[in-house]
Design a protein around this ligand. Structure first.
Ligand code: ZN
Length: 264
């Protein structure tokens, strides 16, 4: 960020300092979090990250007519596995919410919501881009969080390995954090723990948080493939192995494995 803007609303200052202060991992912060949870690898690691920090963590998923609807089933399986196999997190895992955002399918015509081939467009973005999707998701999440008494929103957006989506950028999300906090007149922190991580580092973070058991959960139950293919099982998980999402995930796993040759 290039210096501080001249006129900051007091709430803005509070919001900015809140997001800059480190979250202690030993004693959980009293604040409660809502994780934007799709059932993919990234949001599952974000869920583990939040469960390691906050006393109470709820999840929200969006049904927007996505092609890979299989991820909506995966998210329930991931939650079940966490509740069953990770006692250190189970008591903190709160309710799940699923919001119907079918209107997003109506206003966008992309490879994420219709049967089209995934390819690059002339503007440099892949045609999987649903314009402003993350802004809409986080805004709906904030409304829900406000009602539920949750003041931290956690999302898996990332600038490092992303496909150029402008609504995944750090500055976009910082601006949204300020807008949400002002618009709701309460500090609403947007946390993006994966923002500067590569996919290999995301695999490493998962291992740090939950060890090999959590890695196995990610491989077996999370879904990333744009085509919704779960018929093929690779060492990095299920997927077609060829779409951009599968390529990112498998390459990240390969790099992580290469740097952790003795990992169990
Ligand atoms: Zn795929």
């Amino acid at each position: 960020m290039l210096g501080c803007p001249a006129l900051l609303h007091p709430l803005e200052v509070a919001v900015m300092s809140a997001s800059l202060s480190p979250s202690p991992s030993a004693s959980p912060a009293p604040r409660a979090a809502l994780v934007v949870f799709s059932g993919g690898q990234d949001s599952t690691v974000c869920l583990a990250w939040a469960l390691s920090r906050y006393q109470r963590v709820e999840t929200v998923g969006f049904d927007y007519g996505q092609r890979h609807r299989v991820e909506l089933d995966c998210r329930l399986k991931v939650r079940e596995a966490i509740a069953r196999d990770f006692p250190q997190w189970a008591s903190r895992l709160g309710e799940d919410h699923r919001l119907d955002l079918g209107l997003l399918g109506q206003i966008s015509d992309t490879a994420m919501t219709s049967e089209r081939k995934i390819e690059m467009q002339t503007n440099g973005l892949p045609n999987t881009f649903v314009p402003g999707r993350n802004l809409l998701f986080l805004t709906f999440a904030a409304s829900l969080a406000y009602r539920r008494g949750l003041s931290v929103l956690v999302g898996g957006m990332c600038e490092t390995d992303y496909s150029g989506y402008p609504d995944c950028r750090d500055n976009t999300l910082k601006a949204l954090q300020v807008a949400l906090s002002l618009g709701m007149d309460t500090p609403m922190t947007v946390e993006t723990p994966l923002m500067w991580l590569t996919k290999a580092q995301t695999w490493a973070l998962g291992d740090e948080l939950g060890g090999p058991a959590f890695r196995e959960l990610v491989i077996e139950h999370t879904h990333t493939c744009y085509l919704g293919d779960r018929s093929q099982r690779h060492d990095w998980g299920h997927g077609c192995g060829h779409c951009p999402a599968c390529q990112l995930r498998s390459e990240g796993f390969r790099l992580w494995k290469a740097s952790h040759p003795t990992a169990p």
